[in-house]
Write a protein that binds this ligand. Structure first.
Ligand SMILES: Cc1cc2nc3c(=O)[nH]c(=O)nc-3n(C[C@H](O)[C@H](O)[C@H](O)COP(=O)(O)OP(=O)(O)OC[C@H]3O[C@@H](n4cnc5c(N)ncnc54)[C@H](O)[C@@H]3O)c2cc1C
Length: 440
């Protein structure tokens, strides 16, 4: 039987009884199976308006999914709006900006911008969605040189909780633009956005892999190096740990290695000089660091591109000393037991610390580092919240109060107190009945 919404929207309207429902609600993180009352595959802002108005008039919550990279719980009711069909990318090399539909992934923008020597300030994984990422702020491989990605959000078309269409921009609803730059949830459905691109004439980037026995020297040496690092270079270290579960080949189970990621928007000579102390930290097993095409940025972190189950949680840290490396190694270094496949420290600060002149809602300006734990083995997921608590308790001396939503994972984001209050006021204004807040 066709759903009442089918007469109002051009895109597919599916309930659990319909063929194609499972494919429509599926997201990147397969740990969560969504079961909304109805899913609407939006093909236009008008489709979104109709879906929101329907939900509001029936007292149903509304959730939005683009790629599903950000799923941290299952959606079990209400109206799910999927945005993958809103896939237009319009590049204006002169401004330079790109205007994207809500379903666009960073990879599409990277490919469109690269021929002009332009790049979006995107994250480690180009398969992440532009809008979901920007709404949380966004800390990527060029974070220290170019700041939070949300600083470059210039305008957005937003469907509010009452089904109105609003333009968030400096000349339009400037308060909503302030909120969308990092405020993440409960701010309506963004159907289109304009984002400023960066001129990146050259990129020197890649990763260095080190064997397990060198992990302590690499983590200690890298952390000490970051304290004096050039403001334009962004680096991170992940300690990979292959869990003792069936999906890992037997010879790798329980083993570890360290991967150091580096990105510098500059030429090879300067890049070589910056990377030299990192190459000297310990014998390098694999070295992919060098001049890199803007279209190859996925290779810096090598994040997974195929859907799979994952569990993530993070915190943000302030200034570090040598004791942070010792605390981190005592939790996730060689000889430790934990259920995580990856334990990552990213160096931020630099441009991420600088607030926009007009301000923004982004959480995490005081952070100098992020720390994140990632699990990929579902049999171990139940153990992860407790294990993460132990790791993050050990980092308490360095932890800052703010927690950016893109890095919070299973935890709740924390904004500065004044920002929380101001964000709450914007949410009440754009969503007076709370159709979006019920999901979060
Ligand atoms: C492999 C991987 C790598 C990552 N790397 C980074 C990184 O380097 N830096 C970083 O900052 N983050 C990173 N993230 C986190 C990522 O930015 C967030 O999970 C982000 O929310 C994903 O957005 P999405 O649209 O792809 O996912 P979705 O799950 O589709 O969306 C996530 C949330 O965003 C909101 N949303 C999405 N679209 C809209 C819309 N049109 N209107 C209103 N709300 C919307 C909704 O609240 C939704 O629940 C990474 C995540 C993964 C899985």
């Amino acid at each position: 039987m066709s759903h009442a919404l089918s007469a109002l929207v051009a895109g597919p309207v599916l309930t659990a009884a319909d063929p194609g429902f499972a494919e429509e609600v599926a997201g990147f993180n397969t740990a969560f199976q969504h079961a909304p009352d109805v899913v609407v595959g939006a093909t236009s802002t008008t489709d979104v308006v109709e879906a929101v108005r329907y939900a509001r008039s029936h007292g149903l919550p509304v959730a939005v999914q683009s790629t599903g990279h950000g799923a941290h719980e299952s959606i079990g009711e209400g109206v799910l709006i999927t945005t993958s069909r809103l896939d237009q990318v319009e590049l204006d090399a002169a401004s330079p900006t790109v205007t994207v539909g809500a379903g666009v992934r960073w990879s599409q923008v990277i490919d469109a911008a690269a021929p002009y020597g332009l790049a979006p300030i995107s994250g480690s994984s180009p398969s992440v969605g532009v809008i979901g990422y920007l709404l949380g702020g966004g800390l990527g491989p060029l974070a220290r040189s170019h700041g939070y990605s949300s600083d470059r959000l210039e305008a957005a078309t937003v469907v509010t909780g009452t089904g109105e269409v609003v333009e968030a921009s400096a000349d339009g609803d400037a308060e909503l633009l302030w909120a969308l730059r990092g405020g993440k949830h409960g701010l309506g459905v963004v159907t289109q956005a304009r984002v400023r691109l960066a001129s990146v004439p050259a990129l020197y980037a890649g990763n260095l892999t080190f064997a397990e026995e060198h992990i302590p020297a690499v983590v200690r040496g890298w952390l000490a190096w970051t304290r004096g690092a050039d403001a334009a270079v962004t680096t991170s270290v992940v300690v990979m740990h292959f869990p003792d579960v069936d999906l890992v080949p037997p010879h790798l189970r329980g083993t570890r290695l360290a991967i150091l990621h580096l990105a510098f928007p500059g030429d090879a000579d300067a890049g070589e000089r910056l990377a030299a102390p990192l190459r000297a930290l310990a014998p390098v097993v694999s070295d992919t660091v060098g001049p890199m095409a803007l279209t190859d940025v996925a290779a810096i972190h090598g994040d997974p591109t195929d859907p799979g189950a994952s569990w993530v949680q993070g915190v943000m840290l302030g200034e570090a000393d040598d004791a942070l490396a010792d605390a981190w190694l005592a939790q996730v270094g060689p000889g430790t037991t934990h259920p995580f496949a990856g334990a990552e420290l990213r160096h931020v600060a630099g441009a991420t610390s600088r607030e926009l002149a007009e301000g923004s809602a982004v959480a995490g300006r005081p952070a100098h580092y992020t720390a994140a734990l990632v699990g990929v083995a579902p049999p171990l997921f139940d153990a992860m919240p407790g294990a993460a608590r132990s790791v993050f308790d050990a980092l308490a001396p360095w932890t800052v109060e703010e927690l950016n939503p893109n890095f919070a994972g299973a935890a709740s984001a924390v904004w500065p107190r004044g920002t929380e209050t101001r964000l709450a006021a914007v949410r009440r204004r754009v969503d007076p009945d709370g159709v979006f807040t019920a999901v979060h």
